[in-house]
Design a protein around this ligand. Structure first.
Ligand code: AMP
Length: 118
């Protein structure tokens, strides 16, 4: 069972923000912003590539509710998902990172990295 499935099952604790029948939101254990949450479907889906449009669609209002609860719905936030090996995905259970609480920079890679990849 993957680590996020263990969190869903209550085998590993989490710092929970919001829960519904289908989704769970909790604090990232290694925050990279003042607000850094993880939002997951309770059902095990490996990554974005495997997500159904139905589950993705149902996730939208849940994420919006999380943003409201954290008070960042108007100030703004970043939603991102790392997909697969090159995307830097470490936990093979689909999740969005919700980052906020400050003005976020955009610096995943330098222009030099970009040129090397072309
Ligand atoms: P990713 O690289 O997109 O797969 O991100 C996985 C994220 O899960 C990382 O930011 C980790 O800090 C976080 N993480 C891993 N295990 C736990 C855990 N048990 N509780 C909370 N966050 C976790």
């Amino acid at each position: 069972m993957c680590v996020f499935c263990k969190i869903v099952e209550g085998e590993i604790p989490c710092n929970k923000i919001l829960e519904s029948d289908e989704f769970l939101c909790f604090h990232d254990a290694n925050p990279r912003a003042p607000i850094h949450l993880l939002i997951i479907p309770k059902k095990h889906v490996e990554n974005f590539q495997e997500m159904s449009p139905e589950l993705m669609s149902a996730m939208t209002p849940f994420i919006q509710e999380v943003a409201k609860k954290m008070g960042v719905d108007l100030s703004g936030y970043r939603l991102l998902t790392n997909n697969g090996e090159d995307g830097g995905q470490e936990v093979p259970h689909f999740h969005f990172h919700l980052l906020g609480g400050t003005k976020l920079s955009w610096s995943h890679f330098t222009p030099d990295d970009t040129h090397k990849a072309l």
